[in-house]
Design a protein around this ligand. Sequence first.
Ligand SMILES: [Ca+2]
Ligand SMILES: [Ca+2]
Ligand SMILES: [Ca+2]
Length: 323
Amino acid sequence: MRSVRVKMKRKSGILAVSLLAFSLVAGGVGVSANEPVNYVQNPGFEDSNSNAWVFQDISGAATINGNNTHAGSKALNYWLGSPFEFTVSQTITGLPDGRYSVSASVEGGGGESEAQLFAKDFGGAELTSDYTNTGWAVWSQPQITHINVVNGQCTIGFHIKGNSGNWGSMDDVVLTRIGELETDAVPLTINPIEVDAFVHDVPSLPSVIKAVYADDQSAIRTPVQWEAMDSSTFASPGTFTVQGSAEGFGQPVTATVHVTYKPIDLNGDSVVNALDLAWATYALHAHIGDAKWDEVKAADINNDGVIDQADLGLIVAGMVSAP
Ligand SMILES: [Ca+2]
Ligand SMILES: [Ca+2]
Ligand SMILES: [Ca+2]
C-alpha cells in the first residue's frame, strides 16, 4: 500500500511540473521548466485512427501499425513492392513566436531517393533534414533546429520518395520551442555543385540549390540565377566554373562544369577495341538530320553533328591508351 501511495505522489508531481511548463509557455513567458511542451498531436502514432496526421499517399505505402516501433505499440511504417512517394504531415497552430526544433526517430532499410523530415509554413523558407536509414532497428534522430516561427503555425512531416522494396518507420515526433527568434544570420554551407556535360551540349545547371546549416545539418533549398555561358566554354573538353546568385545569399555561388567527349565504348562491353571502331566506321559520314541519325549518333564522339575521321580518331586514341 505504501509503495502505491509513493508512486501516485510522484506521478502527481510530474503532472504539476508539466502543467507549470505549459502555463508558462501559453502565457507567453517562453520559459519551459524541466519538461518542454511537445506541440505534436499523436506524436508516437499510438492512435492509428487519429486525424492529426494528414496522408498524401496515392500508392498507399504508409500506414500506422504495430511494426518496428521506437516506443509504445505503434509507429508510422512504409513499404511497397514498386516505386512510391508519400508525405505524412501535421499543421500545428497556436504557436507562440520563437525558435523551434523538430525531431523524430527513424529506421529502415535505406535506398530511398529521398527521405526527409521537414518543417514549413512557419513564415520562412522550408527546412529539411535529409536522412539515410542504415538498417532494421538502427534508429537515428534527424533534427531541424532553425525553425523561426513568426506566424503562429508550422507544418511538420515526412516526405519519402522510395524505390521498389524500400521500407522504413518513424516514431516519436517532437516539436518544441527552444528559444527566442534568431536575430543573427547563421552561416549556411552550399555543397559543391558539380555538373557533367558533353562537348557542345549546353550544361544543365540546377535551378535550385541546397544550403546546409553547420550545426544540425538541416537544409534549405533556394532558387539560383546563373550567369550566361558562352558556347565556346563548352565547345571542347575541360573544366570551367559558372557563377550564380541565390536568393538570400550575399555571396555568389559557383558551379563547376566538367566537359567531356561522349563515351567511346560504343557497344558497352567495357572494352575499347576494334569492335567499337567498326561500329563507328559503319556510321561514317552520317550527320544530324539523317533518317538513321538517332540510331548511330552515339558514334559522334565529339558531338558536332557529324560522324567523321575526328570521331574515329578519338576511338583509336582510346584503344591505344587502353591497358
Ligand atoms: Ca509509438
Ligand atoms: Ca567496346
Ligand atoms: Ca563528330
